[in-house]
Design a protein around this ligand. Sequence first.
Ligand code: DX5
Ligand code: ZN
Length: 230
Amino acid sequence: MYEFRVAPSILAADFARLGAEVDDVAPAVPVVHVDVMDGHYVPNITLGPPVVASLRGATDRQLDCHLMVTDPGTYAPILLGLGVDSVTFHPEVEDEPLALVHRLHELGGEVGVALKPAFPLEMIEELLPHLDMVLVMTVEPGFGGQAFMPETVPKIAAAARWRQANDADYRIQVDGGIALDTIEAAAAAGADTFVAGSSVFGADDRVAAVRALLARARMAAPGGAPGERS
Ligand code: DX5
Ligand code: ZN
């Protein structure tokens, strides 16, 4: 079991003052979630390498890039080259996703794979032993501020069961609609990393918002609050 963490999604931050926004959440988090969208994989465009480069120079927190792009084989290496700590891509856009996982590991990054709500875990069983993170999307990718989809919860539980049964060691991330009233279901099912945009950056006190989310998750965790992985 991994220690719980909240990864604030800067999609809900004020992009005109991004460095200050990240500084505002930094005391409460080890990692910041960066949504890269290309207008092709999803019908939205956010940011790319120039903004990530600036962000890398502005914070010492881990940067976790979630690539909602049709060509992660091009952009994930560029982002790792800029010094981000982890990259997560959607596997259905790649002919050989396992080869990309290996290539990104060789570049020194942690690697995750993201599953849209309709994308079943079984489709990536070949990848699972090699991953640092599985990202279970709890909304359709593309936009912040959407409602959590409870029908995705069984996939979180399936990812936790598969990890246990196969002695794998990936983190389980959830992303989309995570707030005080939804985080318990995700935590109870086995998630350990909670991406949260609106519910963190929409709060007046972002540090307090993160701490409240963590407290709520810990209350719901199977067997109580997890510590560091043993
Ligand atoms: C959606 C993004 C999410 C988004 C979450 O495609 O992957 O990371 O920022 O935003 P909230 O927490 O507002 O649902
Ligand atoms: Zn995301």
